[in-house]
Design a protein around this ligand. Sequence first.
Ligand SMILES: *[C@@H]1O[C@H](CO)[C@@H](O)[C@H](O)[C@H]1NC(C)=O
Ligand SMILES: *[C@@H]1O[C@H](CO)[C@@H](O)[C@H](O)[C@H]1NC(C)=O
Ligand SMILES: *[C@@H]1O[C@H](CO)[C@@H](O)[C@H](O)[C@H]1NC(C)=O
Ligand SMILES: *[C@@H]1O[C@H](CO)[C@@H](O)[C@H](O)[C@H]1NC(C)=O
Ligand SMILES: *[C@@H]1O[C@H](CO)[C@@H](O)[C@H](O)[C@H]1NC(C)=O
Ligand SMILES: *[C@@H]1O[C@H](CO)[C@@H](O)[C@H](O)[C@H]1NC(C)=O
Ligand SMILES: *[C@@H]1O[C@H](CO)[C@@H](O)[C@H](O)[C@H]1NC(C)=O
Length: 820
Amino acid sequence: MDFNLLIILLSALSLVSSQSQYVSPDHYFINCGSNSDTDFTGKTFIGDENRPNFSFSGGRKAVNNNAAWEIYQTARVFTKKSSYELEADGNNTFVMVNLHFSPFVYNGIELSTSKFDVSVSGYTLLSDFNVGNSTVIKEFIIPIGLERKFRIQFKPTSGSSPAFVNAIEAFTTPSELFQHGVLSSHISSVGKIGDMDIISSSSYAFNPVYRINVGGDNIDVDRDILRRNWTPDDPFIVEPHEAENKTFAGTPNYQEPFAARYDAPDDVYKTAKWLNPNSSVHNVTWNFEVKKNVMYFVRAHFCDIVSPGLYSSDDAFNFFIYNNYKEVIKPGDKVSALQVPFYYDFVVDSVGSGFVNVSIGAISGNSQPVLLNGLEIMELLKNSGVVDTWNDEKSSKKLYIVAGCAVGGVVFVLLIGFLIGFKCRKKKAVGGTKTDSNVVPSYGLSSYTSMNVDFSINNPSPIPNLNLNLRFHFTDILQATNNFDEKLVIGKGGFGKVYRGTLPDGKTVAVKRGEKGHGQGRPEFVTEIMVLSKIRHQHLVTLIGYCDERSEMILVYEYMEKGTLQDHLYDTNKDDEKLSWRQRLEICISAARGLHYLHTGSDAGIIHRDVKSTNILLNENYVAKVADFGISRLDNLEESEMAIKGSFGYLDPEYISCMKLTQKSDVYSFGVVLLEVLCARPALDNMLPPKEANLADWAIKQIKDGMVENIVDPYLKGEINPNSLRKYLDTVERCLKNTGEERPNMIDVLWDLEYALKLQQMVVDREPYDDSTMNTSLQLSMSMIDRLPSKCNDDDSQVNDSGYPSDSQVFSQLKIEDAR
Ligand SMILES: *[C@@H]1O[C@H](CO)[C@@H](O)[C@H](O)[C@H]1NC(C)=O
Ligand SMILES: *[C@@H]1O[C@H](CO)[C@@H](O)[C@H](O)[C@H]1NC(C)=O
Ligand SMILES: *[C@@H]1O[C@H](CO)[C@@H](O)[C@H](O)[C@H]1NC(C)=O
Ligand SMILES: *[C@@H]1O[C@H](CO)[C@@H](O)[C@H](O)[C@H]1NC(C)=O
Ligand SMILES: *[C@@H]1O[C@H](CO)[C@@H](O)[C@H](O)[C@H]1NC(C)=O
Ligand SMILES: *[C@@H]1O[C@H](CO)[C@@H](O)[C@H](O)[C@H]1NC(C)=O
Ligand SMILES: *[C@@H]1O[C@H](CO)[C@@H](O)[C@H](O)[C@H]1NC(C)=O
């Protein structure tokens, strides 16, 4: 098929280009707190006050004329949360971030005593960090998703001296520095405990702690294209005399798809420690002290620079991690030439040992030279899950744009995901395995760990790193839900089951697990994540995370204790769960606010498409939030689908007949919800006589016929103030008009509902009031347009602390009496 051919060509092209065309980057190298450029370790660092093509917020310059290097003579000093905003050269790649700290005394302040946090896109790189009295360079590798912009944020610990930084390097690495979609063995001191794809299915940044040029010398940053510093292995080897240094005079023979030039400098592959076959010992061990109970990424570099001739496929030696995990290294299986560099990746839990121990060992009777050329050990930094709030920096506008694009980008994202997935599969097939996945799980969650990742079109690879902040591990989900304990099921929907879960920090969450073959599929899953991870509003349910590991589709939401609005209207036997009229109005107002924000909060506007009483959820205080954005989409998108989506009983007649989908379709559905709230019956009830089955049709007729008492929930009898009811019914009627043009906007609906609430409250306050003669809607709408500070009151600051929708700021500016 032509399409397949295209994909192959595309992926082949990108393979070639990414391996061969990486050039030493020229940005960003930043001389912080300075207006002059300076050369340092082979790069020109640009003064950040000097025509910066990046932005930064806050901070003052500080000068120390005593520093030996010009670059350390200045620093930028931060007394409050501040950041540099930079942009990666591509998406789905990595950025190497090197931070230079060289403390001095500034205005009598000892920077050596400062304590501060540094974070990038939800990764806490340094926490309560204190430099002390020496110059320190910290290195990190950060995954970049589709959002190429990232911010390096500095935050002084309260009560400490200000945070500071002398220089920043942040440059884009080849996107294949780490492999997407490839499983690495996950090892602890007991042996192998599973397989992990740390790049595609989880959210980790890397903090290199050891970078070892085994059998060789120091390699400085200016001799490595990725500016890494490599050090000799001698301090870590357990029995130094058992191993010999080996050096190769030629150039390593780089071959695809094995290690590329940028994976490690030539000098790493040109030197090795080698176990002399005449030696009495059978293995050589290195011990690296690390933190306890932390997960490390370990990359072992090999290049056989000893063998005199070509391999036989039996030539092999052992590579051990701790005592119980053994990887048999067979160079002849992988490469058909000499001096070809390759590497193996592992994920290692340090558990309680506080060491990562690796060994190489001979296999008796085998003539394969036993050697190791390089070793990298990096701490894996899990994403904190704290989403950067955009409030602290300039642009809330930008958020809207992103949100708007998010939905449109879905198809596109899937295609990218597919490309990545394909590339990986190709690599695996062609190159044997860079990270050999020996697929037999040893213990634990074997039924999951043995699952192979399937990269077929129907099951595209994990979503690219767009929302790394929100990505959860499957094991975390298992823990949170007690292995999907049936007792914790709180709901079942078209999507699958919903569980009540508990996160390690004690927070209760709702975990929605998609089931294969159920209504909603991957596109809905992706849309939901893209919409919700970008939009935050008090009255839209908050997405805490998601998990797409092992082709799972799991969404983690804030827990809404009181369930759906529908639960409190009908089908409930418990009267204490029934809602008062006032509560119902407040819930409708909250939901209207959420929808209004959805419609106008982004430039293009988002249509929910599935507004119904089961998609309005209530928290413990009965505050309503709109949920389920799986089929939502942009307002201005061309309608190209043939299938009508939504729920029967709520569907806009204009949408059904003309396929015309607008925000007014949501207004129609919301009108149906308003009727459900008033009448406490389902939108569609086929048990009733045909004339009554459809709530909207039936209720509108009753209202027109002046038979309102027939439809009002008997539970509310005598409670509703007639003026409040009149206003409410008027709103419902307008929402349910046949054409979108005749229907009000959500802001008008919101307004009318607030007015209905006000009228209801007046009864309670015993204020005599009669609005029977005026057209409140018209007058109030007009004044609202005049007085609204912005298009909407989506700003959380306008909502009071209790979270309860009381009088909005807009409303409180108006006096009912004025409107008379
Ligand atoms: C920033 O400026 C430097 C030096 O002027 C330049 O080399 C680099 O390409 C620029 N970076 C971007 C992202 O424009
Ligand atoms: C991601 O990168 C690809 C290839 O460079 C580019 O075509 C695409 O526009 C990028 N996507 C986004 C969302 O930036
Ligand atoms: C650094 O040195 C200065 C003076 O020598 C001393 O006052 C300060 O306490 C030292 N800071 C740390 C963190 O050791
Ligand atoms: C190996 O080489 C390193 C660096 O040149 C040197 O420090 C070390 O002593 C050598 N070790 C052995 C066992 O020869
Ligand atoms: C191993 O020992 C044999 C016999 O003593 C010797 O000929 C050979 O050169 C030694 N090999 C190495 C690599 O040292
Ligand atoms: C690793 O080596 C250290 C130091 O020799 C030792 O104390 C520790 O027990 C070893 N850990 C394991 C799991 O083998
Ligand atoms: C060291 O070699 C012996 C065999 O000679 C083997 O049994 C043992 O597991 C090896 N230990 C390590 C840590 O490699």
